[in-house]
Design a binder for this molecule. Structure first.
Ligand code: ATP
Length: 307
């Protein structure tokens, strides 16, 4: 019997246009029990997607369902069940951490003061400190403490680790892992720091120019690809098509392949390593440029058909 797959967030054919940018049929879904990394270059559409799925920016068309409920119809119930950390965190700057919490807490039906105090202590935050005097890292930790204190089942975060030093980043990542281990159903967060995702993500969603390029389990994606290094002499006519991208220098080449066994058969002495998320991301974005897409069309249709 097939397993019934109930996503905790399902985004279907989301469209949203600004004057010079649009999200185009953005679709993805978050399986329960996963940390999902939302990646893409500057300006790719990550914040716009997050704002739109949370109802902070209106959509032109599409559907967004959290826990099976429509964000347009059951926004309040959904917001009770999710914790949100946005880039920039909008707080009243002259309030203390406690006073700001007193403003936010009544909005949630399951606010847990014990959890809030526990997170403040774990992050070494002083409840009497005034918000405008917080450093960037303290501010990020405060936002996370708030998001984790109302029994949220899903955390949605826009760049929670951006601009943080490695120690604070690692503390934030540990907190996310603890959250999942203690019953959290999912985490969805955007980031540029793909090394954070190498550590904790289960699923990756890549957006580029407002379109989703892939949505894949991280381990499947990384295990099925290899970064290959070797002599440029080995790049025969038969070998080249096995690579999705190749960088050649005077000393040799580095290339990404999704067909490692075939490459190994042709180049037994090549160095083959598991790629980083960054390698896969760069490759996918490189293939999504207008020039690369034109080349691909020309290769598929033949040079004469393109004119
Ligand atoms: P970054 O990683 O730099 O934060 P991002 O992937 O989050 O980038 P967005 O902030 O979603 O990207 O921006 C995507 C595009 O949408 C950009 O070209 C931006 O200028 C445009 N954009 C965002 N908000 C608005 C707005 N309110 N009005 C017009 N254009 C906007």
């Amino acid at each position: 019997m097939d397993t019934v797959f109930n996503p905790i967030l399902e985004v279907r054919n989301l469209n949203k246009s600004y004057k010079d940018f649009s999200l185009q049929n953005v679709s993805f879904s978050l399986p329960e029990g996963c940390i999902t990394g939302f990646i893409g270059a500057n300006g790719a559409g990550k914040t716009t997607t997050i704002n739109t799925i949370l109802g902070l920016a209106g959509m032109d068309s599409g559907s967004v369902r959290f826990f099976g409920m429509d964000i347009c119809r059951q926004e309040q119930e959904i917001k009770n069940r999710i914790g949100v950390v946005m880039d920039g965190n909008y707080f009243y700057e002259n309030l203390t951490l406690t006073h700001m919490k007193n403003v936010i807490a009544p909005a949630y039906s399951h606010w847990c003061e014990d959890d809030f105090q526990k997170h403040l202590a774990a992050f070494s935050l002083n409840p009497k400190q005034v918000i405008r005097t917080l450093s960037k890292g303290m501010r990020a930790k405060y936002a996370l403490a708030l998001a984790l204190s109302h029994k949220a089942e899903l955390l949605i975060m826009d760049e929670p680790t951006g601009g943080l030093d490695p120690l604070v980043r690692s503390q934030v990542l540990d907190t996310l892992a603890d959250y999942m281990n203690s019953g959290g159903k999912g985490v969805f967060f955007s980031t540029h720091i793909t090394s954070d995702l190498d550590k904790i993500a289960d699923v990756l969603v890549l957006i580029d120019h407002g379109s989703i390029l892939f949505e894949e389990e991280k381990d499947i994606l990384l295990d099925s690809h290899r970064m290959v290094k070797g002599s440029a002499r080995w790049l025969t006519e038969k070998a080249r098509p096995l690579f999705s991208s190749i960088t050649e220098t005077d000393f040799g080449f580095t290339g990404l392949t999704g067909q490692p066994d075939q490459v190994r058969a042709l180049m037994p002495d090549a160095v083959m390593e598991r790629p980083l998320i960054e390698d896969i991301m760069r490759d996918a974005i490189g293939k999504n440029t207008p020039a690369a897409k034109r080349c691909k069309t020309a290769a598929v249709t033949g040079p004469h058909d393109t004119f």
